[in-house]
Every structure is written in C-alpha cells, then in structure tokens.
Design a protein around this ligand. Structure first.
Ligand SMILES: [Zn+2]
Ligand SMILES: [Zn+2]
Length: 227
C-alpha cells in the first residue's frame, strides 16, 4: 500500500488498538475502544462509521468490529512503525525507558515506508518492541511466557514483556523503570498476598511490592534450577 493511501493518525491509532484487542482474544466493540483510546462513546461511534465507509473495518450485527484485509495490513504497518520508532528512540537517542512509547506515538504516523524499511534493518529486524510486545507476525513467540501474578513462590524468572496496556500508563511505567523492572531483568517471587492483592518479588537483591493487577500484565519466563 502506498504512503498516500494512509488514513489519518486518529484512524491509524484505532486500527492499532483494534488489532491488539483482537490479538488478545477480546471482544472488540465500541465501548472497549472508547476505554482504550480514552475518548467518548459518541466520538468512537462516529469514527467507526467513517472507518467502515472507507473499508478499514466491518461492524457485525452483534456490534463486533473486525478488520478488513486492507485494515489489517494498515494496522500491522502502524504497529510496526510504532515499535521500530521505540527502538530508534531507545538505541539512538537513549531516551529513558518510560518515555519510549509516548514519544514514538507522536512520530510513528509520519514515517514513510522507506524509512520504516531502513529502520527495520538498522534496528536488526526486531521481533519485539523494547517493552517485549510482539511485532505483527511474531505473536506466537510470546505465547509461552506467563503472567508474573501466576508464578509460584521461590521461583526464579526473567521478565520478558510489559503488556501494551501499561505502555501508555506513565505512572506505572516510571514505577517499573525505577524498580529495575524492564525486560531481561531476573526476578524471584518472594511471597503472594491475595488478601492484599499484592505480591513481593526480589529484583537485583531488592524487595519490591507489586499490585497483582500490575503483575498480571508482566510476562515472564521461568528459569529452571539447572540453568
Ligand atoms: Zn508502545
Ligand atoms: Zn513498546
């Protein structure tokens, strides 16, 4: 698809969110989008009508939104551009981890396909964004990682992924960054307190208390004892 055929940044954002919700097996309806995109329900309804008219999505009788072939191709391109931009900001400009998503969000819409291709090569063809979320086409590779909230006490794990849902939550991200919780970090689960909805983990010898609802969105790989 040529760069001229691209929709507005707003529509690109909708396409990205629809793709990600569907990927996670969620029921993609207007209310869910209003929630994710932090806009009013009437605004979402109006935008979705335009998107349907322009051939990006289909809205079923049950109100469930699905991407057309054209919509899916564009959604994958938006997400790819976003994730490659995050890597560029991280590696070239050395921006703090907590700033990557927010800054990339402003730039991603303006990248031409040529620059996207160039970035892909320069950033060594990544399969995940700096937060560990999969580039389109690599979704299967994250399926064996499990939520930290489900890991047993005394288990050692490596943090692999911070789910997209947290990427735009600045307070949570800065907390994770300040606690040393970025992908690649080794963690031991100390204890879990379901009655308190928290768990304690050891990060670099330092205990950190996490809410279970946050731990649910951190994906880890178990380290076996022989490693
Ligand atoms: Zn992001
Ligand atoms: Zn990311």
């Amino acid at each position: 698809m040529s760069d001229e055929a691209r929709p507005s940044p707003t529509i690109e954002d909708y396409l990205g969110v629809i793709y990600t919700l569907a990927r996670d097996g969620e029921r993609v309806i207007g209310a869910r989008l209003a929630d994710s995109l932090d806009v009013s329900a009437p605004t979402v309804t109006a935008t979705l009508k335009r998107m349907e008219r322009d051939g990006w999505i289909m809205i079923g009788v049950d109100k469930v939104i699905t991407l057309t072939e054209q919509g899916r191709t564009m959604a994958m391109s938006v997400i790819r551009r976003h994730m490659l931009t995050e890597w560029m900001l991280s590696r070239v400009l050395k921006l703090p981890f907590s700033e990557l998503h927010r800054e990339a969000h402003h730039i991603e819409h303006t990248l031409s396909s040529e620059v996207e291709e160039r970035l892909k090569t320069e950033m060594d063809d990544p399969r995940f964004c700096p937060h560990g979320n999969p580039l389109p086409g690599f979704e299967d590779e994250v399926s064996q990682w499990q939520p930290l909230s489900q890991v047993s006490v005394d288990q050692d794990v490596v943090l692999k992924r911070i789910h997209e849902n947290i990427e735009d939550q600045y307070e949570r991200l800065t907390f994770l960054e300040a606690s040393g919780l970025t992908p690649g970090t080794r963690i031991r689960v100390l204890d879990r307190m379901p009655f308190n909805e928290t768990m304690r983990i050891l990060v670099d010898g330092k205990p950190v208390t996490l809410g279970l609802n946050l731990a649910e969105l951190l994906y880890v790989q178990l380290i076996s004892l022989d490693d």
